[in-house]
Design a binder for this molecule. Structure first.
Ligand SMILES: [Zn+2]
Length: 243
């Protein structure tokens, strides 16, 4: 093939592509098909974070059927559990005179103080009983160092101590993560942001999350995620399992 004819073919292909784009905007593209290099990260769908738990997220249990329906579409699933020691530094009760949902400065930075929640080994810290993830391959527990919180599944709140999740995913050839669970504006957002920082493509499946929304934290989280290239999608944007 001559250079000229190959150039003509390229231009022809580009024109065809252009016509396609004009007919269908980029974002209305075909549903996303998670393949072998994608993992669903199901964040903290635990009793503590749903109604009846110690730190309930409004509508938290509503993510369970959405996540159960998503699970068969993924070859790789990772689950996280908030897993605190008694008297954990993120508990208001561990700081005299402090109230839950206030914020204090700890040696690693600002920390929102929470009611006691998700204490290791308690029923409160167990995964929601209706969560059906038989093919999940890894459970990451986080927040188990007494003096440091860990919203993110990748890195503790000191921004130094890693959980090992990035190494695990990379060792398995996974380059894209889809994040679902609780709560959108804390553990989901921090997980998605740290995924980007670690070099993964990251999606947050909005209708598979619910938020705490403390002092505008939800809008701030979406803004920050958009700025870092986290893509905001709905569960309906993901294609049914292949085959
Ligand atoms: Zn926690």
């Amino acid at each position: 093939m001559t250079v000229l004819s190959s150039r003509r073919r390229f231009l022809g292909a580009a024109a065809a592509l252009g016509a396609g784009c004009a007919a269908a905007p980029l974002w209305a593209a075909a549903p996303i098909q998670p393949g072998a290099k994608a993992a669903l990260i199901v964040v903290d769908v635990q009793n503590c974070f749903v109604e009846g738990g110690t730190l309930p997220v409004k509508g938290g249990a509503e993510v369970v059927p959405v996540i159960n329906a998503l699970a068969p579409k993924f070859q790789n699933i990772v689950v996280t559990q908030d897993w605190h020691t008694p008297g954990h530094a993120s508990f208001a009760s561990a700081h005299s005179g402090q109230k839950a949902f206030s914020s204090i400065r700890l040696n690693y930075g600002d920390q929102v103080l929470w009611p006691d929640h998700c204490v290791q080994g308690t029923d409160d810290a167990a995964l929601h009983k209706d969560l059906q993830l038989p093919t999940a391959q890894l459970i990451i527990r986080k927040g188990f160092n007494k003096g440091v919180d860990s919203y993110s599944a990748f890195q503790e709140a000191d921004r130094k101590t890693v959980t090992g999740l990035a190494g695990y995913l990379k060792a398995r050839g996974i380059d894209t993560v889809f994040v679902a669970g609780l709560a959108t504006d804390f553990c989901v957002a921090w997980t998605a942001l740290d995924a980007r920082k670690a070099g993964f493509k990251a999606y947050v499946i909005e209708d598979a999350t619910r938020a705490i929304d403390l002092n505008g934290s939800l809008a701030a989280a979406w803004k920050q995620m958009a700025a870092q290239g986290v893509r905001r999608i709905q569960s309906g944007d993901i294609a049914a399992a292949a085959g």
